[in-house]
Every structure is written in C-alpha cells, then in structure tokens.
Design a protein around this ligand. Structure first.
Ligand code: GLC
Length: 615
C-alpha cells in the first residue's frame, strides 16, 4: 500500500497531461484506467531501497546524472566476464577504471543466430540463459548501487523477435496478435511504403517487409527480417510495453536506453521516422517514469542529424528524454582525424554549446554500432568536399588505404546503389595501434597512442557524460573471430565486439605497455574532469579559432574557474596563436606555465590549461 501517498501525489501532478495525450492518441478510457492500475501495482512492488533512491533523486533535481563525475562504460556481459555474476566479480576493475555508470549491452532472451546482438528480444522478462537470471540482475544492480555505480540497459521498444510469444501467435493467424504488428497482404501498399521509407540495413537486410508464408501476409521489418516492428497504434502494445519497462525498472535499472525510438510510429507516405506521435509516446513514458520510478532516466537512441535529435529532449515543462547521444559530434570527430581539419567539428561543437544546459549529451568515440558518415555536407561543400567522394575518402582512410592513414577496420552496409557505406573498428585500431603492433613500429605506436589519448581528452572536454566503450581503456584491437561464426560473419559490427582480453588488462600495472599508457592516461584525465568544477554540465563552453585548421580549442568556464583545452588533430606540429590574453595559464597535466600567445603542440598533442588566478 502507498501509505505515504507518494504515488498518488505524483500521479496527480501528471494525470491531466497523461490523460490528454493518451486519449488523444488512443481514445480509450478503459485502457488508460488499466495502465494507471498497473502503474500503481508496479509502484507497490518496487523495492524499498529503490523507492528511497527515487525520492533522493526527485529532490536533487537530476544533479546525480548532471555532475562532472559521471563516467560511463558500455560492455557486453559475455565478452567482458561470461555472465552477470562474472561481471559482479569484476566490479573492482570497473571501479578501478573510475566508471560509475555501466551499460550492460542487450541481455534479454533472444534466438541465437537471429539476435542482432541481442536487439531482437523474444522475452522482455527473461535474461538470456547463458548470461544468468533476473535474480542475478537484481543482485548485480544492488551491488552496483552499494558502490555508487548506475546501471543502464537497452529497452528495445520498436520491435520484438519473431520468436516472441506475440509473434508466434500472430504467425498462427490470431488477429489479436497480428494487430500488434504491421501486417499487409497487398503488394501495392508495400510498394508505397518502399517509395518513402529508407532502408536501415540496405545490404544485410534490404527492404522494409518480410513475407510470412504461414498466413500469406507481409510483416513490417525495418531492421532484420526476424525483428518485427511493433504497432504502437494499438494501445495494447503501448500498455504491455510499458508494463515490461516498469518490470525491468524494478530490477534496479537506473538508465533506460530506448533503442531506435524515432522509428516507433509508422504512417504510409512518410519516412516512418520522427513522427509527432513518437514524441507523444516518449513524453508519456517520461511521465510514467516520474510517477512510478523517478530515479530512472531515459536515454534516447536517436542516430540522426542534430535538428532531429534535439526535439527528443522535449519542451520546457514537457521534457521527453533526459539524455541523448551526441552522434554527429562523434562522426565529425573522426572526420577531423581523416581530414586534419577541425572546422566542421568546431561548428558542430558551437551548435551543441548553444543549446540549453539542461540538455545532457552522451559523448563517445566508439560504440557497438558502425560509424555512419551523417555529416553536415552543406558546410563541407563550402570547404570543397563533395558528399559521395568525401564519404569514399573517409572509408578509404579508415580502411587504411588513403590519406597516409594507419587505421584498420571494415566497411558496413556498403550499398552499391547509394554508394554509401559506414565504418566499423575499435578506437585503438582506428588510431593505428593495430597496424603499429603488427609492423612492430614503435614510432607509429607512439603516434597511435597519442591520437587515442588526445581524442579521449577532447571527448572529456565536451559537455555531458563521457562513455567509454569497454576495451578502449586498454587499447583493444579489432577482432576478426566473428568471421568464423556463421551467425555473425555477415555483420562487420562484430569486428569491434570482441572478447575483453584479461591477459592484456593485467598490463595496466606494467609501465610503458600500451595498456598502461592508455589506462593510466585516461585515469589522469578522468581525475581532472572529476575535480575541476569547470567540467560541470552547467559550465559555459565555447570554441576559439587557433589560426590553424588542424588545432581545436575549447574553453570552459564555471564560477570563476576557466579551462582552455587545445587539441592537435594532425600528425604535424601545430601552433595556436593568441587563444587568450587574460593572464597566466598552467597545464593541468604537467603543471607547467604556458604562454597563451603562442602555443606549440606536438603531433596529436593536447593541453588542458587552467587560468592561474582561479581558485
Ligand atoms: C539500434 C542498435 C543496433 C540495432 C538496432 C535495431 O540502432 O544500436 O545495434 O541493430 O537498434 O534494434
């Protein structure tokens, strides 16, 4: 029972708007009443410690995720430590890496060989057998909370696996379940969709529909053919998916990554992305969280250009996601490495710096997916770079074929029709560390390590939360083993989803090894980020022209503290002229005083300069 009346108070606060949106979308009062009843039950079932956590977080107004000591790491449970209990046993390593937010990559039940890395869920209430059980998950989140670590998981809401119970029943022709997906038996309609809906996986899974012979119908499958798109026009789908969400939230999850969220509403004649109803649904999810489990926050996965990403934060007073990925900045970062030109990146950083400070971005260099070259080609055009040939250059560069590059990796969804391809590889391999080790070239190795550290230092300088991709902290290389696995060979994203190498991780204590240089280098940067107040999310952030297109300068200011970061994106020495003339600056890494009228940076070098008269 809700003796404190907390649930009712929160419900009261949001009820008007929730009802308005629900009825506008579904016009179904019975289903709304059912939703509220279920929400109440989930609240009642919620663990007392989680409720306390909710209340603390409600009171601190989101400070917990906005502070500058958040550092994330995303990892695959099996690659990292076999199963959930294995990850629990390795918690010391996670702590040693300074990480206080662990993203466990998809771990719910899925069918081997038809799992899309776990993004084809066959049961939202069951952990994949080889990874453990729901009890293990609960134990893990409890352990993390004791250690002040937050846990993030994926909520794959756009689709289910074809082996999900609903899909199985739909396959028998049961109308109740068919109505939970998008079934069509008319080729004309499919053609009409295909005219306006772009393909996500043009070569690995072309088309947007899959034929289901048992019932002589096609089902919409935006991603792989075994990932059936859910029909959110059906309120039963929305309600049930919210119950699954709350069930998982009650296992102690702090951050829900809502996967592929722009795709959840479909309309004939549109691109079936970012439709208004998507925002209604995300807004309702936000309110449902705030009523049942306000300690849980939403991380939206919107892999699109900035003007499409930002609306997912919602409006003042009507927020949607708490956090979003800074995807264009990530792609622009690698573009700067390939072109030795930071102009586009600088422009992108200025756009982000101009957004309200409550917008929290997740910054990253690499994640489990490919890098899509969704850059601002209008601006690049002004610098003389044309879209198709530039994309080709970027891919050739990172394949190690062009532009004096030492990078290694593979193309992803190389589409002969659009001439478009994306790129896969680990940070270390893209920085040239793999090639340097293979060729036993110490000079190339040093350059690769410097590039890798500079990129992390620059990432830490951005506003928001930095997230490491597990293995990057020790320079994990591309892993070609996936090519021997029939279920993975067709998907080059597995090249950067290799097993964590615990033997190499032992080297983090051995001076001068790649692992030690990177791990220790990152620790130093994390310490600066944690202790310097200019790194809080509310700080001002801006960029400065250095007079050299290869050298990026970012400033941060908060409550009297000022830090200027300088980053050399080239293999040459560069000089930054007159970045400041307001006093003396000291480098936070070496402690040396630096003359800001003329600063010379070594190849892929960087400085974090703090104004001297700061507190
Ligand atoms: C997201 C995931 C990606 C997956 C897709 C389909 O984009 O990051 O790995 O393939 O959703 O679920």
């Amino acid at each position: 029972m809700d003796m404190s009346g907390t649930f009712e108070k929160r419900l009261h606060k949001h009820m008007d708007e929730l009802k308005w949106l629900y009825i506008e979308l579904y016009n179904n009062y019975d289903m709304l009443a059912e939703l509220i009843d279920e929400m109440r039950s989930f609240y009642e079932e919620r663990d007392i410690d989680l409720k306390k956590r909710d209340e603390l977080r409600e009171r601190d107004g989101g400070k917990w995720y906005k502070s500058n000591d958040m550092l994330g790491m995303m990892l695959y449970i099996d690659n990292f430590a076999g199963n959930i209990n294995g990850v629990s046993k390795k918690i010391d390593y996670i702590e040693k890496a300074n990480v206080n937010y662990v993203h466990l990559m998809p771990f719910l039940d899925t069918t081997e060989g038809k799992s899309d890395g776990g993004y084809a869920v066959s049961d939202f209430r069951k952990v994949r057998k080889d990874l453990g059980t729901m009890e293990d998950l609960e134990k893990f989140t409890k352990l993390c909370h004791k250690k002040n670590i937050n846990v993030c998981m994926d909520y794959v809401m756009n689709h289910t696996s074809e082996d999900h119970e609903w899909a199985r029943r739909a396959r028998t022709g049961d109308g109740e379940y068919m109505s939970r997906y998008y079934f069509v038996n008319n080729q004309e309609i499919i053609n009409e969709y295909d005219r306006t809906v772009p393909e996500v996986f043009p070569t690995t899974a072309p088309g947007n529909f899959t034929f289901i012979p048992e019932i002589d119908h096609y089902v919409m499958t935006t991603f792989y053919p075994y990932q059936w798109d859910l029909n959110y026009k059906n309120p039963r789908v929305f309600n049930e998916m919210m119950y699954n969400f709350l069930y998982l939230a009650n296992k102690g999850i702090d951050i829900m990554r809502i996967d592929a969220v722009p795709y959840i509403w479909k309309e004939l004649g549109t691109t079936c992305r970012n439709l208004l109803q998507v925002h209604t649904i995300v807004r309702m999810m936000r309110m449902i969280c705030e009523i049942v489990c306000p300690g849980v926050i939403l991380l939206g996965e919107v892999v699109m250009e900035p003007e499409k990403v930002v609306p997912y934060f919602g409006y003042t007073g009507k927020p949607e996601c708490h956090m979003l990925y800074n995807v264009t900045t990530m792609a622009s970062t690698w573009n700067s490495i390939a072109t030795r030109d930071i102009r586009l990146l600088k422009k992108q950083l200025d756009i982000v710096a101009g957004l309200p400070k409550e917008y929290i971005f997740l910054n990253y260099l690499r994640c489990h997916d490919d890098i899509g070259w969704g850059l601002d080609y209008e601006t690049l055009g002004r610098y003389g770079m044309e879209q198709i040939s530039h994309k080709r250059y970027l891919n050739d560069f990172f394949l190690g074929y062009a532009g004096g590059s030492n990078s290694r990796g593979e193309l992803y969804n190389d589409d002969p029709v659009t001439m478009d391809a994306r790129f896969c590889g680990t940070t270390a391999s893209m920085c040239g560390i793999e090639r340097a080790l293979e060729e036993q070239n110490p000079w190339m190795l040093r350059e690769g390590i410097n590039m890798d550290l500079m990129l992390h230092a620059y990432m830490f300088m951005q506003s928001g939360i930095p997230v490491l991709y597990s293995g990057d902290e020790i320079g994990q290389l591309n892993d070609n083993d996936y090519k021997n696995d029939v279920h993975k060979a067709g998907d080059s994203r597995y090249i950067h989803r290799g097993k964590f190498d615990w033997d190499k991780a032992k080297n983090i204590d051995k001076k001068g090894t790649v692992e030690e240089l990177l791990f220790d280098g990152l620790l130093k940067l994390e310490k600066i980020r944690k202790t310097e107040k200019a790194f809080v999310s509310q700080a001002d952030m801006w960029t400065v022209d250095t007079g050299d297109n290869g050298c990026l300068c970012i400033g941060r200011y908060y409550a009297g503290d000022k830090i200027m970061g300088l980053f050399n994106f080239t293999e040459h020495e560069v000089t930054a002229w007159n970045i400041e003339n307001d006093g003396e600056y000291r480098d936070l890494l070496t402690g040396k005083i630096v003359d800001t009228r003329k600063i010379t940076l070594s190849p892929y070098g960087f400085y974090l300069l703090k104004k001297r008269d700061c507190a």
